[in-house]
Design a binder for this molecule. Structure first.
Ligand SMILES: C[S@@+](CC[C@H](N)C(=O)[O-])C[C@H]1O[C@@H](n2cnc3c(N)ncnc32)[C@H](O)[C@@H]1O
Length: 309
């Protein structure tokens, strides 16, 4: 049995299923054999051991049953970086990259650049130049994907990354180590801001669970079957029926606990823009400016709040 035989068998196995047959089959076979996808076509006549075929068939079956490919290969690309993922965390989504774009725009913008230069200045009586350090808080960090993408694209950001799931925190710590960010990122348990008091951050980011009920339950059956419900609906469905309860609580806590920020960027779901606008009008009508931005499909996807200086 050769590589080409198995590619053919894989495509036949998938016949009639609504999956990206060719790509999935290639990814799963390459993963089984521990090679790059490109290797498969240039080594089509190479023999494959029976044990590898069994493993490959097991993966095909898992995939056909709706398991995300990232949970089989334990890797997902986000913002051009590889992340370890498994069933303990949500698989990072491309639309979440919008949050990273927004944060990087802010950190490299005129206002923040001036601020960082000021912070880097030599304080009176101190001879060495201090590093300009921007600070960020990531609420509901999951695999640490947002924080990592920001820190790998902008030097000297210190981040606190929190999550209410101890399982997710373990994965976040694995990715922190893999990306060599231990010096720059604190990863710890916090139910929203329960362990974050009276702090000041340049940036707060959050992609909290926002799947609600009824028309706000936009998760597909496969997603519901495979991904952690605490990441989709929140622990004990704490995102509420509108899906926005956790954001409401987060914003209330930011205000009540005096957690200062200059930029707040959060992701929300399809059909929730009116609810989000109500929330922002209520909490950020003075001293802040906010806007809603669409994803590439033209769906309102993130809200961005900036403090007016
Ligand atoms: C939609 S996932 C996002 C994960 C990751 N940030 C991303 O963008 O892919 C939401 C994350 O928020 C966490 N979470 C849910 N409720 C929370 C809460 N009350 N406080 C902190 N984190 C929470 C979940 O455990 C999950 O890891």
């Amino acid at each position: 049995m050769t590589i080409l035989d198995l590619l053919k068998e894989g495509r036949e196995f998938y016949a009639g299923l609504d999956l990206d047959k060719d790509l999935d089959v290639e990814i799963l076979l390459a993963f089984t054999l521990g090679v790059e996808k490109e290797y498969l076509l240039s080594h089509g006549e190479e023999n494959v051991e029976a044990g590898d075929r069994d493993v490959f068939l097991k993966y095909l079956e898992q995939r056909a049953n709706g398991k995300p490919i990232a949970y089989i290969t334990h890797t997902k690309e986000f913002y051009g970086l590889d992340f370890y993922v498994d069933e303990r965390v949500l698989v990072p989504r491309p639309e979440t990259e919008l949050i990273v774009d927004e944060v990087l725009d802010f950190l490299t913008g005129e206002e923040m650049t001036e601020e960082l230069v000021k912070r880097a200045g030599v304080a009176e009586g101190v001879s060495e130049v201090r590093l300009p350090v921007a600070t960020m808080l990531d609420v509901g960090t999951g695999s640490l994907n947002i924080t990592t993408a920001v820190l790998k694209n902008f030097d000297n950001v210190c981040a606190d990354a929190v999550d209410v799931s101890e399982d997710a925190l373990e994965v976040a710590r694995m990715n922190r180590e893999y990306h060599d960010l231990e010096t720059w990122v604190e990863v710890y348990y916090s139910d929203l801001l329960s362990n974050v008091d009276g702090r000041e951050f340049d940036v707060i980011v959050s992609n909290l669970p926002y799947i609600g009920a009824g028309k706000f339950d936009t998760a597909t059956d496969d997603v519901k079957k495979s991904e952690p419900h605490s990441a989709l609906y929140g622990k004990n469905a704490s995102a509420g029926s509108s899906g926005l309860d956790l954001y409401k609580k987060l914003i209330q806590q930011i205000v009540e606990k005096n957690v200062d920020f200059n930029l707040l960027v959060c992701e929300f779901g399809f059909g929730q823009v009116d609810g989000v606008k109500q929330l922002l009008n209520k909490f950020f009508d003075q001293g802040f400016q906010w806007e809603i931005k669409d994803d590439l499909a033209g769906i309102p996807r993130i809200f961005v709040v900036k403090k007016i200086k």
